[in-house]
Design a protein around this ligand. Sequence first.
Ligand code: AVJ
Length: 310
Amino acid sequence: MTQTNFEKDILNGLQSNPKRLFSKYFYDEKGSAIFQEIMHMPEYYLPGCETEILRLRAKDIIRELPSKGYDVVELGAGDGTKTALFLDALLREKKNITYIPLDISPDILSVNEQFMRQKLPELAVKPIAGDYFDTLKSIKERDKPKVILFLGSNIGNFEGEKALDFIQFVKTFMSKGDYFMLGVDLKKHPRTILSAYDDPAGITKKFNINLLERINRELNADFDTAGFDHYASYDPLSGATKSFLISNMAQKVQVAGQTIGFHAFEPIHMEVSQKYSLEDLDQIRFKAGFSTDHHFTDSKSYFSISLFEV
Ligand code: AVJ
């Protein structure tokens, strides 16, 4: 049998030093359900802050955007519930827009489309399933100006320079006068950030452990999940939040026919959730070659929706 990308990435990661797994694999059916639980945790302030901005500042944001019709393209659109708040405000301002949600999952896109049809029947919706490379290519040639949305602090999962690389990659599909609209979690008191990724109910732990269970399910592996604990850290200098699973003892695990050895207390690095200051964002905007930026923040200045103009 040929190796899937999933199998290749998992084996490579577990055979690296330090050991590494990728958070993009968190979101199987069970993982997506646990992520919904995370979004409702009191400690996980991100969705509430972003929703506040979309509710209270939508008009101010729209005032910065092109005055005529444009395409609203959403990267990793998911079910679109938060985006609907913004699209609703756009329709109220009588903007002639087409909403183009992009996502790797055709299933979630049909949920998105049905939600929009029901909630905003007058909205033109044109979902495109696939990876960013193919889907962005197909929107490049459209003739209307574009506003590209990347919400939910998803940019935070790119490590270090990779965030800038991704923004520059997206910019190659944009033209003068287009806008990039990013939802970004900001640097704030370290304890506030840490508790969002280290909740006492253990939901974030379950979210991380689910990837080991997924590997057991899909790669014929035998992780004993009781042998791993969850550990999160936040570095206020770099703004990097990292999650690890820690092997509680020396142990051996079978994964896809390979034996993976763990030392006692050896970490597997699971995820980075990068936090930015507004100054960091200005730097990125400048390095990526966008001409202007505007930041719209919530009342606590925990989160920003930042607009970059090409
Ligand atoms: C979906 C990437 C924005 O990093 O905050 C939540 C994922 N991980 N709790 C984040 C996540 C642990 C989340 N993003």
